[in-house]
Design a protein around this ligand. Structure first.
Ligand code: GRF
Length: 197
């Protein structure tokens, strides 16, 4: 069993979906946000989970911020990290502290449209299909061994809001199931590949 920290900057709908799965809920030691106003913090506290803010602006640079987040994860006892809409880039110093034990969900079919504006970028590119990627995180942004990708259609008349809602519905379906396999030791990173039992 792997205890986890969930990192989130936003409304926390992915966190809520994760907490609905009992074997995941039991393993969440802490929720950490870079934003004091993140809805995810409210959801964590309502669920009785330790919630902590590590403000980006309190640190001189990304490296020291990332080390402070890693310290907060470790202080909680968590051994794994689940990114659920965490909008800050973590430096290699962070990833090195949890090798093979950081997961992310991203609202596009990576390597297409990495970064914070993935949904808008897909619309601007005029693609018919975008999607969701769940992956282990390496030292590059929105990069690392892919665990699962699911396509999501872009429909006529979509704006970023409608498309993101359709994408999130898929995230909420697949991420809890994948995180459940990770915390129960049925899914792990083996170098640059994904291993399952
Ligand atoms: C999700 O679409 C996730 O893929 C992206 O940020 C969004 C977070 O949404 N990285 P929420 O805070 O879980 O509602």
């Amino acid at each position: 069993m792997i205890d986890i920290a969930v990192l989130a900057s936003g409304s926390g709908t992915n966190l809520a979906a994760l907490l609905e799965v009992p074997e995941v809920r039991e393993r969440v030691m802490i929720v950490i946000s870079d934003r004091a106003d993140a809805g995810a913090l409210v959801r964590a506290r309502e669920a009785g989970i330790n919630a902590r803010v590590v403000s980006y602006r309190s640190f001189p640079d990304r490296r020291t911020f990332s080390i402070a987040v890693a310290d907060a994860v470790e202080d909680s006892g968590a051994k794994g990290v689940v990114l659920a809409g965490f909008m800050r880039i973590l430096s290699p110093e962070f990833i090195d502290r949890f090798p093979g034990r950081v997961l992310n969900v991203h609202p596009s079919l990576l390597p297409l449209f990495p970064g914070a504006r993935a949904v808008e970028a897909a619309l601007e590119a005029g693609v018919d299909v975008t999607g969701v990627t769940v992956h282990f995180v390496d030292e590059q942004v929105d990069h690392g061994p892919v665990i699962e990708q699911v396509e999501v259609p872009v429909l006529p008349g979509d704006d970023a809001g409608t498309l993101h809602e359709r994408i999130k519905a898929v995230e909420h379906r697949i991420y809890p199931e994948i995180v459940s396999r990770f915390v129960t030791g049925r899914l792990w990173q083996d170098g640059d590949r994904v291993a399952e039992s």
